[in-house]
Write a new protein. Structure first.
Length: 135
């Protein structure tokens, strides 16, 4: 629950500078590309969108994919993926995504991404919450 509240506060609290729309669009592209890699079972491609902090916890693409299959099934396999509100500031992006999982159940995913030294955006976290689930 704390993680959900933290993610929601991050989404609400970030200011939107003029270039933020471009950052949000870039973050959407990263998330979409990773979702497509999951669908293709392309562990290396999916792993490439993870930030260094995530890669440190899962030092190989196969370990990363196993974690996603176990803990993020709605992200791994879904019927639909719709982007919601997004905010960007200071090289960080927070984005909400409404996911309909393989069984047709709705989920909210709260993604965070950070700008990397090479100019790319990488996913630093994803918090899932079943829609309608008690807190």
């Amino acid at each position: 629950m704390r993680a959900f509240v933290l993610a929601a506060a991050l989404l609400i609290g970030l200011a939107m500078p003029a270039h933020a729309d471009d950052d949000v669009a870039a973050a959407q592209a990263v998330i979409q590309s990773q979702a497509e890699a999951f669908a293709r079972e392309d562990a290396a491609a999916a792993y490439s969108y993870a930030a260094p902090s995530i890669r440190a916890m899962f030092p190989a693409p196969d370990a990363f994919m196993a974690m996603v299959r176990r803990g993020y099934a709605p992200v791994y396999r879904h019927k639909s993926f719709e982007f919601g509100e997004g905010h960007a500031a200071d090289g960080k992006v927070a984005l909400q995504v409404r996911i309909i999982d393989a069984e047709g159940l709705p989920w909210d995913a709260f993604y965070t991404l950070e700008l990397q030294p090479d100019g790319s955006l990488k996913i630093t976290g994803c918090i899932l919450k079943a829609v309608g689930q008690a807190d």
